[in-house]
Design a protein around this ligand. Structure first.
Ligand code: AMP
Length: 249
């Protein structure tokens, strides 16, 4: 069984994001970039499924600039078998990424596509759902547990106020939520081994996909700075302020 896992290169989650001075986008020059955290969880799940014998090959795909190869290398060091970089300078929207993944999923005849539930840079939460629609495959989004047996995936989903368990006929699309697993750190020997693994580089045109953006970003702004708080000397003053200034009690 072949598994395709999507890994996006994003601004590292520890970095304080800054907006470009012309408000056109977020600043990425000279900023530490890493694998999208939900994609690390997706890769970890893929590797665990392979370790359990449910999966035979894991292909890690990233779409974006040349440096996204580093993100693929991280996936290879965690245990993916080979990589595909769909190289483009175009800022990709979820529909474009979904079309690229669709083309590769078909070409490689994969049985399962694993994605993160959301990329932490654009917060779209759309690519997995669009991919499932394009392929006409069942989807299990926000997965906190995945089991594969008898040509089916059983996916436990985190929904408002609880858990929902769904059964999907493979091939299917699954998106990883935070509590699915704790991703491993790649060991040094595995980082060395990953250097020898193959990464194929293709262009969107090679896959017959037009990635021209359909949306125009009008403006990007930082959230308004929070006003400084004050310290009150005692509970009586606090109550007085809540009652007479904030008028909330
Ligand atoms: P989004 O819909 O943008 O929030 O992204 C959801 C998931 O789609 C991510 O967690 C990734 O698994 C995948 N994805 C989105 N963009 C890319 C990309 N450029 N390359 C690879 N995977 C991507």
């Amino acid at each position: 069984m072949k598994l395709l896992v999507a890994v996006k290169r994003v601004v590292d989650y520890n970095v304080k994001v800054r907006v470009k001075s012309d408000h056109s986008a977020v600043e990425t020059a000279g900023v530490k970039m890493s694998m999208n955290p939900f994609d690390e969880i997706a890769v970890e799940e893929a590797v665990r499924l392979k370790e359990k014998g449910a999966v035979t090959e894991i292909i890690a795909l990233s779409a974006g600039v040349t440096q996204a190869q580093e993100t693929i290398r991280t996936a290879l060091a965690m245990g993916a078998d080979r990589g595909i970089l769909v190289e483009t300078e175009v800022a990709l929207e979820p529909l474009a990424v979904a079309k690229l993944l669709q083309a590769v999923a078909k070409k490689e005849s994969v049985d399962l596509v694993l994605l993160g539930k959301q990329a932490i840079d654009d917060d779209m939460n759309a690519t997995g759902q669009m991919l499932a629609a394009l392929l006409g495959w069942p989807q299990g989004t926000f997965a906190s547990k995945v089991e594969i047996a008898d040509g089916k995936a059983t996916v436990t989903r985190e929904v408002d106020g609880g858990l929902e368990t769904v059964e999907l006929q493979l091939p299917a699309v699954v998106t990883a939520d935070l509590r699915l697993n704790e991703p491993r750190y790649a060991s040094l020997p595995n980082i060395m081994k990953a250097r020898k693994k193959t990464i194929d580089v293709v262009k969107p045109e090679d896959l017959g996909v037009d990635v021209t953006p359909r949306l125009t970003t009008l403006s990007v702004a930082e959230p308004p700075a929070r006003k400084a708080g004050i310290k009150v000397p005692d509970v009586a003053t606090l109550l007085d302020k809540l009652r007479n200034e904030a008028k909330v009690i």
